[in-house]
Design a binder for this molecule. Structure first.
Ligand code: ZN
Length: 309
């Protein structure tokens, strides 16, 4: 008893017993996930501030303070991490780098199909060779996981993926702060229930939406959402570039043919081309960011817009 009291006093004075876990995350939805499971036991600092793109973000010098104080960096595999994670790791050698994308199978990034069409026209006589070359590329990507520039990093737009993300976050928090395991476990289970409810709600909304229904977006960030619900994402932008005028004309035709109901854009990108296409087709532009911290409401809003409800 006395021993225990003494220990409590010592640890209490050093602040250890009451210290929260300091975590850093790359993007806003991750903050939502970590806070859902960590509750009041975890402080979460955000790297990519709202309105910025995680593909090109450059942390501000002041953000290095968050890295210095961090117990863990939750990485999710967005592009800027490639350049910055090694710098963060050498800045704070005690910080754990927790990969919360672990166990998620990534999809290939949406290719610019119009470029492919042009490619085919040019190479019509050498079709066989072209096919061979493509197969070779795919093999290489499977072998070298580091070449993930061709893989879609927007994994959090899928409820199935968020379940895996949540499990990873839970495991890391228990590893760092095992004395609060019950707290994390309760929150984790509550969060899983919330993910399931989100999935059920989306399925109900899309019940009359035919499999293979196409929706048009500027930035191709909804590939996993599309996969989960049997939809097809048509991207205006590809490889981070605006389409050429010929491709814009093609997209307008495609939107009309496929009776696309709206063009989705995100505030992180210019909506000039999206607005032009929407105007030509006579459909609205709807802003929906994959980086919205209210990730559940956000997916439900997208489903509603696709279902035209
Ligand atoms: Zn993106």
């Amino acid at each position: 008893m006395i021993k225990k009291l003494l220990l409590t006093t010592i640890l209490g004075t050093t602040g250890f017993l009451y210290a929260k876990v300091n975590a850093v995350v790359s993007i806003l939805p991750q903050k939502t996930f970590v806070e859902a499971i960590g509750g009041d036991k975890v402080n979460v600092a955000l790297m990519v501030k709202p309105g910025n793109s995680p593909h090109t973000y450059e942390p501000k010098p002041s953000q290095m303070k968050d890295i210095n104080n961090a117990d863990i960096y939750f990485s999710i595999g967005v592009e800027f991490e490639e350049a910055w994670l090694p710098k963060f790791a050498s800045q704070n050698k005690k910080m754990i780098i927790g990969n919360i994308a672990k166990g998620i199978e990534k999809l290939p990034m949406a290719e610019h199909h119009h470029d492919e069409d042009e490619h085919k026209e040019e190479k019509e006589d050498h079709n066989h060779e072209a096919d061979k070359h493509e197969e070779h590329d795919h093999d290489e990507h499977a072998e070298h996981e580091l070449e993930h520039d061709a893989l879609d990093p927007h994994i959090w737009t899928s409820t199935a993926n968020v379940k895996i993300i949540a499990k990873n976050i839970y495991n890391y928090l228990v590893k760092i702060d095992s004395k609060n395991k019950t707290h994390y476990k309760n929150n984790y289970e509550k969060f899983l229930e919330h993910i399931n409810q989100t999935d059920i709600t989306i399925k109900k909304i899309l019940i009359d939406t035919a499999t293979g229904t196409k929706f048009m977006v500027f930035h191709p960030s909804w590939g996993y959402f599309a996969r989960d619900y049997g939809l097809i994402q048509i991207a205006i932008e590809a490889g981070g570039k605006n389409p050429k005028p010929k491709q814009v004309a093609y997209l307008i035709d495609e939107a009309k043919e496929e009776k696309v109901k709206a063009v989705f854009t995100a505030p992180e990108f210019s909506d000039k081309v999206a607005t032009q296409i929407a105007k030509e087709v006579g459909i609205p532009v709807i802003k929906v960011s994959p980086l919205n911290p209210k990730w559940s409401e956000n997916l439900i809003q997208l489903a509603n817009a696709i279902a035209n409800k």
